[in-house]
Write a protein that binds this ligand. Structure first.
Ligand code: B1M
Length: 211
């Protein structure tokens, strides 16, 4: 029986080894990876964030929790992205300039791959020019930007403006997301779409390409 509580604790306390072995155990038992993500991993990261906010945790604890989560996700990622089909569209994705948070972006990337998209992942702390260059060279159908910090959200707007200045804005759809981002903000900055989580991002991406 998958021990979701133990996995939650392992991530929250930054015990990478335990997080990896509990995840492997659960997968061997045939547990749905989405259940592990939604019922144990994301709640653990949210609790780490809550503890950080009330100064029970500091940056080192956040780093350890992130390391444990990433270790567990490495096992899950191939399962989310497994698809033999011809890609239904090409996506360029990155976390915007100044922002190092990449766990959510990685989840979105894996789910998009699993949803049939070819994904080009630019990583984290991606400057506007790098998005522009990727759009020019890789000719994606969709650009996905993630931001986790309130102070890095404006970099999404800067990137959209850089795409406009390069004459590339009309060639792609743009979707934004990340914890502080809202649908209203997406509209304000001129993005085409917004999604609140990774599974919604797949639905929104398909809708955007169909439109
Ligand atoms: Co930081 N951090 N962090 N952090 N961190 C937050 C985001 C924070 C909310 C914590 C808090 O105060 N409660 C806060 C931001 C406050 C704000 O601006 N509103 C914060 C802060 C302040 C900071 C630093 C400034 C701390 C400091 O140094 N004093 C610093 C900034 C560094 C930087 O980026 N320049 C910092 C650093 C870090 C670590 C490096 C230690 C680490 C990140 C490691 C890594 O990612 N490799 C870290 C972590 C782990 C967190 C928390 C605890 C967890 C983030 C996470 O991975 N969540 C976070 C608190 C929290 O989120 N509750 C926090 C799990 C992940 C699956 O969720 O990323 O939200 P999320 O992704 C979701 C959705 O948002 C959505 O789908 C995903 C899956 O469902 N989504 C998209 C994301 N991108 C999308 C794109 C889409 C669509 C949906 O379309 C394109």
């Amino acid at each position: 029986m998958a021990d979701l509580k133990a996995l939650y604790e392992a991530i929250l306390t930054g015990d990478r080894q335990a997080a990896v072995s509990l995840t492997q155990q659960a997968l061997d038992e045939g547990v749905d990876p989405q259940l592990l993500i939604n019922e144990a991993m994301i709640p653990a990261m949210n609790e780490a964030g809550r503890r950080f906010e009330c100064e029970e945790y500091f940056v080192p604890e956040l780093l350890l929790a992130a390391r444990a989560m990433k270790g567990a996700l490495e096992l899950i990622r191939p399962l989310l992205s497994r698809t033999g089909a011809k890609p239904i569209g090409r996506v360029v994705i990155g976390t915007v300039k100044g922002d190092l948070h990449d766990i959510g972006k990685n989840l979105v990337a894996s789910m998009l791959e699993g949803g049939g998209f070819e994904v080009i992942d630019l990583g984290a702390d991606v400057p506007a020019e790098k998005f522009v260059e990727a759009v020019r060279e890789k000719q994606p159908d969709l650009v996905c930007m993630s931001a986790l910090l309130t102070v890095t959200m404006p970099a999404m707007k800067t990137t959209i403006e850089a795409l406009k200045a390069a004459g590339l804005r009309d060639r792609v759809k743009i979707m934004v997301g990340g914890a502080p981002v809202t649908e209203e903000y997406a509209r304000q900055i001129g993005a085409d779409g917004y999604a609140e989580n990774a599974s919604r991002a797949v639905i929104a991406a398909k809708q955007l390409l169909a439109a």
